[in-house]
Design a binder for this molecule. Structure first.
Ligand SMILES: Cc1ncc(COP(=O)(O)O)c(C=O)c1O
Length: 427
């Protein structure tokens, strides 16, 4: 082909990609700025960066999980078996063990393997659940703020569907669900206008809050009356700090219109060993099976077979209970270090985490968060996440994650000290 013709060719992509998903989100922009090359360009050393950015856990995975992988890899028959396709709904022994896991750790009774479908991750399954329970163009409801990734997922899964925010964080008082009845009233009004799906991460990202059982129960009742679904995203389920939330033992067998999303990413420190699952009424699971067939065909056999062996052993010998206890205590202690540093060194308003990996604060002097985060990173090497993109209530807010620093509490203190020094110089 002659080169003048080649230059003229413009590659066209779909409207979804070119219009709806165009550009980087504020989180992606900042995460790009924090890549090693970009850090060096700013004249900083990557090893000096203290990151409150990533939404990641960082504790070590259980030794028994590593051993379970090793057993499968070292055994010729098992290794051969994990190279086969699993059923579309997922490996049956893994689904059986997940039922035992939910019962033993969370007291969730009466779940059956037919109520579980395995998939690649909560990210993939969220997308597919939306397509099973909603039609393109129908609205999807979220508390404000919410996990930023959901918003593009709605665009991908349900073209033309609007996102409806139900206020939860009050940006003036920085309180969360301080007036739950008002939020429930707004939910009712949205349902009257056609909303049928409400999504709540429990614990939440970015606020790490867990709504009360009364709030969640009322939300489930309202959405059930509307003939819709309450989707609880339990990506951080194992990381609760106080008393175990009552909704942890709610079963889709008792509540037909409850769908819960799960994954190994956070609790098993398996962000890259991708395995997730959905718990739902078997009608919803059958719908998901249809979507899984064309999206995934077969959930990963190595991860599901390993998870099954790991759960079988550690639920029987009691070590999993201890592991979950130790893990959540580790993050609870890490959150406490973060909160006391914020209080003593910055005095910022912030939310006390009920679980999970985050807190949120208003940007100092109501500054625009993205610019503030960029200037702070350049001047101090400390990375925060701008609230823009998590919902209107966070337009002047910041998300701070302590997840990656769970074994490095001294860095949390140092990072907050650097912010404090920066602010005293720029005030
Ligand atoms: C609320 C929430 N759901 C889901 C995910 C992604 O989970 P997975 O790794 O299973 O895709 C995250 C990741 O940060 C999250 O915060």
């Amino acid at each position: 082909m002659d080169s003048s013709r080649k230059q003229k060719t413009k590659l066209h992509l779909s409207n979804l990609v070119e219009k709806e998903l165009h550009g980087l989100s504020p989180i992606q922009t900042i995460m790009k700025m924090a890549e090693n090359q970009a850090i060096r360009k700013m004249g900083l050393h990557p090893e000096e960066i203290i990151s409150f950015g990533g939404g990641w856990c960082n504790h070590t995975a259980p030794e028994e999980l590593k051993n379970a992988y090793q057993t499968i890899i070292n055994d010729a028959t098992l290794f051969h078996q994990c190279g086969r396709y699993s059923p579309i709904i997922g490996d049956s022994s893994c689904r059986e063990q997940i039922c035992r896991f939910e019962d033993t750790i969370y007291g969730l009774k009466n779940l059956e393997p037919k109520n579980i479908l395995l998939g690649h991750s909560s990210t993939q399954l969220f997308h597919d659940v939306l397509r099973v329970v909603c039609n393109p163009g129908e609205p999807v409801g979220f508390l404000d703020p919410t996990y930023a990734n959901y918003l593009n997922a709605v665009k991908c899964a349900l073209p033309g569907s609007p996102v409806l925010f139900i206020p939860a964080l009050d940006p003036m008082t920085w309180t969360y669900l301080a007036n739950p009845n008002k939020s429930l009233e707004i939910l009712k009004q949205y349902c009257a206008k056609g909303l049928r799906v409400l999504v709540i991460p429990v614990p939440d990202n970015p606020t790490s809050q867990i709504p009360s059982k009364e709030f969640l129960r009322s939300a489930l009742d309202i959405i059930t009356d509307a003939g819709g679904y309450l989707i609880l995203d339990h990506a951080y389920k194992a990381l609760w700090f106080g008393e175990m939330p009552r909704c942890y033992s709610w079963s889709p067998v008792d509540h037909d219109q409850l769908i819960t999303l799960h994954s190994n990413s956070k609790w098993l420190s398996s962000l890259g060993r991708r395995l997730g699952w959905v718990e739902a009424h078997d009608t919803v699971i059958k719908g998901l099976e249809k979507i899984n067939e064309s999206v995934l065909l077969s959930p990963d056999s190595l991860h599901s077979m390993t998870t099954a062996r790991f759960l079988e052993q550690t639920l029987s010998d009691g070590s999993l209970k201890q592991y979950v206890h130790n893990t959540r205590k580790l993050y609870e202690e890490t959150a406490a270090v973060m909160m006391s540093s914020l209080d003593s060194l910055l005095g910022w308003k912030r939310l006390t985490p009920d679980g999970g990996l985050y807190t949120c604060s208003p940007t100092p002097q109501q500054k625009e968060p993205r610019g503030f985060v960029e200037r702070l990173l350049k001047a101090t090497g400390v990375l925060l996440i701008p609230g823009t993109g998590f919902g209107p209530s966070m337009n002047h807010g910041l998300r701070l994650s302590y997840g990656t620093l769970c074994y490095k509490h001294d860095q949390i203190i140092e990072g907050i000290e650097r912010i404090s020094q920066y602010l005293s110089k720029t005030a």
